[in-house]
Design a protein around this ligand. Structure first.
Ligand SMILES: Nc1nc2c(ncn2[C@@H]2O[C@H](COP(=O)(O)OP(=O)(O)OP(=O)(O)O)[C@@H](O)[C@H]2O)c(=O)[nH]1
Ligand SMILES: [Mg+2]
Length: 450
């Protein structure tokens, strides 16, 4: 993924600052060099890299770090803030009924994005529909139909109709029940008059709430020209950058979009309908820096909760912060985590557990952890509500009963859970929420660690 090595190369330099309370000029130089290298590799405009470097240097040396912060936190915060400013804001996408037109050059990812966005809206509880108006490319109809089937969302298209505007009109009628109508359009190899005319006519017919321009990340800084050309021709309310999974150069598109007056709405990170994320500048940059992204994690948790039929209320970090964490809570978390995707991805998003830790773990550690979680599940399945609420009350005879019931790892788990002091879980949750603890260990994690 774009700028992938920024986090890991910075982490080394930041690690060296551990224990220091002040930054020397050399420290700042080294960190700025790492950032420059990563940004230039990612195809970010050189002049932009230079001005960003200057800003970071100036702030790092001139701003007084707030009392109690370390040199490491001080520079990390400045780097983070400057990078967030570099990628710019996120396009506002209200969760309400609306019509969106997707435009872009051939192969930029419009059709894929239409299905992905529909999937995204459906996960937010809205009813989306995709309208396919591309009569230019043979196969466009089938492609859109198949992708929307995979996304399990409504679809309208007409393989026998040649007029895109007519399809758009019929499509709006046919999808009147949907909350969010996403209109996919055809592409051309360049922004020619034919494409501009077609887009203008569709826009006049559809009267969309927003036009989103779909850009392939591989075009790098070319994003600036495309965003400007489409903006002048039909108006662009936001940009979707696709194929960020496939190129190391996506930094060009990310930064270039902000240099025009556009903002970024979504990022495409793969070919499947789920491979989409809302662009959140702060989360995006925290993740790049290996600081984790609680917001993303929360989104995934919410999604997982929906799928397990659990209430969102069940996920209550506040309650965990207050220190009451029972086995029952742990089971809920584990169920949710299992549904959030591969454990290593989830861990990467937790501030303090991100990057730094993952690098240190042996390759198979995640498999082992995942196995262990499954074991816990089996064991907890044999416990009563009372025992789950109150693990310290579990005596020997209960342990034996539960062990018989589960046949698995009982004493080991109880030993670990009981051995975990009251404050440990609280401390762990604090660490997760506080972020910034790149190398933060798993020491307090008890059952998850060894
Ligand atoms: N790896 C990756 N591939 C993507 C992504 N988005 C789209 N693609 C692929 O890019 C190719 C083109 O995507 P389409 O969605 O057909 O592009 P389009 O803009 O609709 O193309 P036209 O209709 O011909 O103008 C397809 O093979 C997609 O699978 C992405 O985020 N990551
Ligand atoms: Mg298409």
């Amino acid at each position: 993924m774009v700028l992938d090595n920024l986090g890991s190369s910075l982490r080394g330099s930041l690690e060296k600052l551990r224990g220091q309370s002040r930054l020397s000029e050399e420290d700042v130089e080294e960190i700025v060099r790492e950032i420059q290298r990563a940004l230039i590799q990612a195809d970010v405009d050189i002049a932009l890299v230079q001005s960003l470097s200057d800003d970071i240097k100036e702030r790092a040396l001139e701003e007084e770090p707030p009392a109690g912060t370390t040199a490491r936190d001080h520079i990390l915060r400045i780097v983070y803030e400057e990078l967030v400013a570099l990628v710019g804001d996120s396009t506002e996408i209200p969760l309400e009924p609306q019509t969106i037109v997707l435009a872009g050059l051939q192969g930029s990812g419009k059709t894929t994005t239409a299905a992905k966005m529909a999937w995204w809206f459906s996960k937010k509880g809205l009813r989306p529909a995709v309208i396919q108006t591309d009569t230019f490319r043979p196969g466009a109809y089938d492609q859109a139909r198949q992708m929307t089937e995979r996304a399990e969302v409504d679809f309208y298209g007409d393989p026998d109709e040649e007029d895109p505007v007519r399809i758009a009109r019929d499509g709006l009628d046919e999808t009147a029940d949907a909350d969010v109508r996403i209109v996919d359009t055809s592409g051309r190899s360049g922004l020619n008059e034919e494409l501009v005319d077609e887009l203008e006519e569709i826009e006049a017919e559809v009267d969309p709430d927003r036009n989103l321009l779909v850009l392939d990340a591989a075009i790098g800084q070319g994003a600036k020209d495309q965003a400007k050309a489409f903006g002048d021709a039909v108006g662009v309310d936001g940009v979707v950058i696709t194929k960020l999974d496939g190129t190391a150069k996506g930094g060009g598109a990310l930064a270039a979009v902000d240099q025009t007056d556009s903002t970024i709405a979504f990022l495409g990170t793969g070919e499947e309908v789920q491979d989409i994320e809302r662009f959140e500048p702060s989360g995006f940059i925290s993740r790049l820096l290996g600081m984790g992204d609680l917001k993303q994690l929360t989104e995934r948790v919410e999604r997982a909760m929906e799928e397990t039929g659990q209430d969102e209320d069940d996920w209550d970090p506040e309650q965990l912060m207050e220190g009451e964490f029972t086995l029952k809570d742990m089971r809920k978390q584990m169920n949710a985590m299992n549904r959030m995707g591969p454990l290593d991805q989830v861990m990467d998003m937790i501030p303090g557990l991100g990057g730094g830790l993952m690098d240190k773990l042996p390759d198979d550690a995640m498999d082992v952890t995942q196995d262990r979680m499954r074991n816990f599940e089996v064991v907890m399945g044999s416990m009563t509500e009372e025992e789950l609420e109150n693990p310290r009350s579990v005596g020997r005879s209960q342990v034996e009963r539960i062990a018989r019931g589960s046949g698995k790892m009982m004493s080991r788990m109880m030993k670990q859970f009981q051995g975990m002091g009251d404050g440990d879980m609280q401390r762990m949750m604090k660490q997760m929420q506080g972020g910034g603890g790149g190398g933060g260990g798993m020491g307090g994690m008890g059952p998850f660690g060894d």
